[in-house]
Write a protein that binds this ligand. Structure first.
Ligand SMILES: Cc1ncc(COP(=O)(O)O)c(C=O)c1O
Length: 350
C-alpha cells in the first residue's frame, strides 16, 4: 500500500551520523514520486508518496517481470558549499529515458514531467542531500511495464516512479578484467538503452570479476570480440601516448552523460584532442598511458590494470594518471558550481 506523502506530518528524526561513511546502497527515506500510464488516460498526474515502508503492488503477470520491460535513469543532486541543491544535466537524463522507452516500445514521461518528478523528490528529501564533502543524493527514475500480459507484447499499463538515496562512492577500484566469452550487448540490440536486461547480462561477468579481485568487467564488442565497449555501469576512456583522449564510439554502449561531459571538458576547457572511435583492446594494452571509467555513480575513476586473456597489463606506469585527475577535478567543480558552467548543465532546485 502506498501512503500519500504529507509534508505537514512530522518526519522521523534522522539517525545521528547518517551521513558518515555513506556507501552506494538503497535506503528508504522520506518521499518518492509515482505516476501511472494507461492507454485511456496517458500519464496520470504523478504525486509524492511515503518512501519508508513503501511497496509497489504488481500483478504476477506484469510485463516487466518476465519480458524485462523496464528502463531507468540515474542522476545526482548535490549540495554546494553555499548550501544550494543542484542537479547535473537532468534534461539529458529525461531525453535518454525517452530514447530507452522508444527502444522497448514503452511510453515515456515528457521532459517537463521528468523534471517535475526529480525536483519534487529532491525538495521533499532535501534533508537527505549530504554536505559536499560527505556524498551526494542519487536519484533513480524508473519506468516499468506494470500491466499484465501473457504473449510477447508491450505492457497495457506502465508506472513511472522516482526515488532517491544519499550515497557515497560507487565502486572504488582501479583494476578491470575483460570477461571470457561474455558480451554485454550486440549490434542493434538494446545496449544503448538503459534497459534492465542489459544489467542482468552483466551480473555474472561482474561477479566473477569481483571474485578474481577486479572492480568490474570490461566488455568487448559482440561482433569481433576485440573492440572495447564499456563496463557494467560506466563508460571507458583511454589516453594514448600521443596525448589523444579516446572513448569507444556510440552504438551498442550507453551514451553516458558523464562521457559527453568529459569529452566536452577535454575539448573546450583543456583543448585536448578527444575522439570517439573503435578502440581495440590491444591498442589500449600497447599504447595507453592512462585509462579511466566514467558515470554518474562512479564520477571518473582511474584504471591502472587491465586483465586480458589471463594477463594483467599495467596502464602507463600502473598508477592513476594526472590527466584523469584534471578531468575529474574540473567535472566535480562544475557540478558544485565552483567552476563556470559554460554549457548550462547545472540546474538549481533549492
Ligand atoms: C552501462 C552504463 N554505461 C555508462 C554509464 C554512465 O552513464 P552516465 O554518465 O550517464 O551516468 C552507466 C551509468 O548510468 C551505465 O549503467
Amino acid at each position: 500500500m502506498l501512503k500519500p506523502f504529507d509534508p505537514t506530518t512530522p518526519l522521523p528524526p534522522q539517525e545521528p551520523g547518517w551521513d558518515n561513511h555513506l556507501t552506494f546502497s538503497y535506503k528508504e527515506i522520506d518521499a518518492f514520486w509515482l505516476a501511472r500510464w494507461t492507454p485511456e488516460t496517458g500519464w496520470e498526474p504523478g504525486r509524492l508518496y511515503e518512501h519508508r515502508g513503501a511497496k509497489l503492488e504488481l500483478s504476477p503477470g506484469a510485463a516487466v517481470l518476465y519480458y524485462g520491460e523496464g528502463i531507468f535513469e540515474g542522476l545526482k543532486a548535490r549540495r554546494t558549499r553555499t548550501g544550494k541543491i543542484v542537479l547535473f544535466r537532468p534534461q539529458d537524463n529525461a531525453r535518454r529515458l525517452q530514447a530507452s522507452a522508444a527502444r522497448l516500445a514503452m511510453p515515456a514521461p515528457s521532459v517537463d514531467m521528468f523534471m517535475e518528478a526529480v525536483i519534487a523528490v529532491t525538495r521533499a528529501n532535501a534533508r537527505w542531500v549530504p554536505a559536499p564533502e560527505k556524498g551526494s543524493f542519487y536519484l533513480r527514475p524508473v519506468v516499468i511495464g506494470s500491466g499484465p500480459i501473457l504473449g510477447v507484447a508491450p505492457a497495457p499499463e506502465f508506472l513511472f516512479y522516482v526515488f532517491g538515496c544519499p550515497v557515497g562512492p560507487y565502486m572504488g577500484g582501479d583494476r578491470v578484467i575483460v570477461p571470457y566469452a561474455a558480451h554485454r550487448a550486440a549490434p542493434y540490440g538494446t545496449g544503448a538503452a538503459k534497459a534492465a536486461g542489459n544489467y542482468a547480462a552483466c551480473l555474472r561477468p561482474q561477479k566473477i570479476a569481483k571474485e578474481l579481485g577486479y572492480v568490474d568487467a570490461l566488455y568487448l564488442d559482440a561482433r569481433e570480440d576485440r573492440y572495447i565497449e564499456e563496463l557494467s555501469g560506466a563508460n571507458f576512456f583511454a589516453i594514448l601516448k600521443d596525448g589523444t583522449l579516446v572513448t569507444p564510439a556510440l552504438g551498442s554502449i550507453l551514451p553516458g552523460i558523464t562521457r559527453d561531459s568529459v569529452l566536452t571538458i577535454a575539448r573546450e576547457i583543456f583543448g585536448w584532442i578527444a575522439v570517439e572511435r573503435k578502440l581495440a583492446i590491444e591498442e589500449v594494452i600497447n599504447d595507453a598511458v592512462e585509462a579511466f571509467y566514467t558515470g554518474t555513480a562512479a564520477v571518473l575513476s582511474p584504471i591502472t590494470v587491465v586483465n586480458y586473456r589471463g594477463v594483467d597489463y599495467p596502464i602507463g606506469d600502473g598508477q592513476p594518471g594526472p590527466r584523469a585527475r584534471m578531468l575529474r577535478q574540473a567535472l566535480e567543480e562544475i557540478q558544485i558550481q565552483e567552476r563556470p558552467d559554460l554549457w548550462g548543465w547545472v540546474v538549481e532546485v533549492a
